[in-house]
Design a binder for this molecule. Structure first.
Ligand SMILES: O=C(O)CCC(=O)C(=O)O
Ligand SMILES: [Fe+2]
Length: 498
């Protein structure tokens, strides 16, 4: 901002000098043109005219070519090497996050454009240009469903805008083609005609119009029993249509999203069996400091410990994690390699006992709560989800077919998970278990605990869970993943699941 302000001031100064020169020229020109002969017969005028067209004019020219931006651009470039500016990829990520929120929480486009999320007014409105950019990002991702929604919104806002922030022809071009890709040829044709009324020579629109007309004809022919499918125009052929929603994961997906919207709850007959209690969990250490334990489900047993991690500890964890944050990764089930994935969007870092006495206390507490050894546990994983951050349904344990998972560690599979909530989340951000219809809502200071494996070592598929997208606020959690090795006497194994 400082550089831009400085640049504007320098540019204004340049224009001020040029304007002063101009008005001098204009004044003299007016006077001279009344009677050129008389004007030039005055030797002083003659001298001044020559001067104005030589040294003075050189100064005007040099002012005109002077690049006042150079120094400011240089400063901005220097800043960029120190401050990390967002990239085009970040812009795309932010747009995708908005679409994810829109889908998961069933937000209608007009409300989002008004800056309203689930009835709560958060931000300023989006301009037609802002909506257009969201549409354009969706288009570049091959997501024509959202392109149509956002281009329609852009169009509506464009009509109402006094200071136009985009052009109608640009909106129409994207809207028409995406409408076609969504399978609506007639509307695409209508929109293209509208575009051609504004820009009659628009080459792509003319080409698309012919194409849509042929497509319509061939559809009519097909109806008459003839064959032939249209193909895409060459320059658009690379865009592959993504159908929404994907059908293969529909049931779980649907449940997951419904749980995130708090539309599903645990069946009443199960709910009625759930208890909460103060307990020492059989730990001598907790005898004098019993914990608040609340059951969230029985098979598998999922419990919440309330007020189990303290604010000073949370502050330490956040402070230590922040500089170490990297984009969260997931393990490729075939290669065992860690990689970034669209289905897990967050930042994460690992903290160990040695990092701070608070980390040691937290780990010790996990041991007391669970009765399991921390000898083979992973370090504490700190995770921060921003707006739209999420983790789609997954298991914490490795499946049999994942041969490379956890092998290097030599500590067996992830027997149990303790998930600490280190922030409240104003909207969204639940931890949900689709197959048992459980939703846990983050509450600063509490923790969830469950076994991922049965006593016979088999994975419990009902523990499949997800972190819902954060709709408002920032979500902080810590994972403590406990492993099998060393638990032989603490959680003796059994021959069967139950
Ligand atoms: O953040 C959550 O609510 C769940 C996180 C989770 O499942 C994981 O990190 O494995
Ligand atoms: Fe998980």
């Amino acid at each position: 901002m400082t550089e831009l302000e400085g640049y504007i001031a320098a540019q204004e100064e340049k224009l001020r000098v040029l304007k002063r020169h101009y008005s001098e020229y204009a004044k003299e020109h007016d006077e001279a043109s009344q009677d050129v002969q008389a004007y030039l017969s005055n030797p002083i005028n003659a001298y001044l005219l020559v001067k104005r067209l030589t040294t003075d004019w050189k100064s005007v020219e040099s002012q005109m070519v002077k690049d006042v931006g150079e120094g400011f651009i240089e400063n901005i470039t220097n800043y960029r090497s120190v401050l990390k500016f967002p990239t085009d990829e970040d812009l795309n990520g932010a747009a995708v996050a908005l679409m994810r929120l829109q889908d998961t929480y069933k937000l209608d486009t007009a409300s989002v454009a008004r800056g309203e999320l689930n009835g709560i007014q958060y931000s300023t409105e989006l301009s037609a240009g802002d909506c257009f950019e969201l549409g354009r990002q969706s288009y570049n991702n091959g997501d024509f469903y959202h392109t149509v929604l956002w281009m329609q919104e852009a169009l509506q806002r464009y009509e109402e805008e006094y200071n136009k922030t985009t052009t109608k022809s640009d909106i129409l071009e994207y809207l028409a083609f995406s409408t076609y890709m969504q399978g609506n040829v007639r509307t695409a044709l209508k929109l293209t005609d509208e575009l051609l009324q504004i820009v009659p020579t628009h080459q792509r629109a003319l080409g698309n119009r012919d194409y849509y007309l042929k497509d319509l004809e061939s559809r009519d022919d097909r109806k008459k029993g003839e064959d032939g499918y249209g193909s895409l125009p060459a320059d658009d052929a690379k865009v592959v249509m993504e159908k929404k929603p994907k059908t293969d994961d529909l049931p779980e997906r649907e449940l997951y999203e419904m749980l995130c919207r708090n539309e599903v709850t645990v069946p009443v007959d199960i709910q009625s069996q759930l208890k909460c209690r103060y307990t020492d969990l059989g730990s001598p250490f907790l005898k004098l400091a019993r914990v608040k334990e609340e059951e969230a489900y029985l098979k598998p047993r999922i419990v919440i410990f309330h007020d189990i991690i303290y604010d000073p500890e949370i502050e330490t964890i956040k402070r230590l994690a922040q500089p170490r944050f990297r984009r969260a990764t997931v393990q490729n089930s075939e290669t065992g390699e860690l990689e970034v994935a669209h289905y897990r969007i967050s930042k994460s870092a690992w903290l160990s006992d040695e990092d701070h006495k608070h980390i040691h206390s937290v780990n010790r507490r996990v041991e007391d709560l669970t009765g399991l050894t921390m000898e083979t546990a992973e370090q504490l994983q700190v995770v921060n989800y921003g707006i739209g951050g999420h983790y789609e349904p997954h298991y914490d344990f490795a499946r049999k077919e994942e041969h490379n998972a956890f092998k290097k560690l030599g500590t067996g599979n992830r027997i149990a998970t303790v998930l600490f909530y280190m922030s409240d989340v104003p909207q969204g951000g639940g931890t949900v278990f689709p197959s048992i219809k459980v939703a846990l809502w983050p509450k600063k200071g509490s923790a969830a605990f469950w076994y991922n494996l049965y006593k016979n070592g088999e994975g419990d598929f009902k523990t499949r869970h997800a972190a819902c997208p954060v709709l408002a606020g920032s979500k902080w959690v810590s994972n403590k993943w406990i492993h099998e090795v060393g638990q032989e006497f603490r959680r003796p194994c059994a021959l069967t699941n139950d």
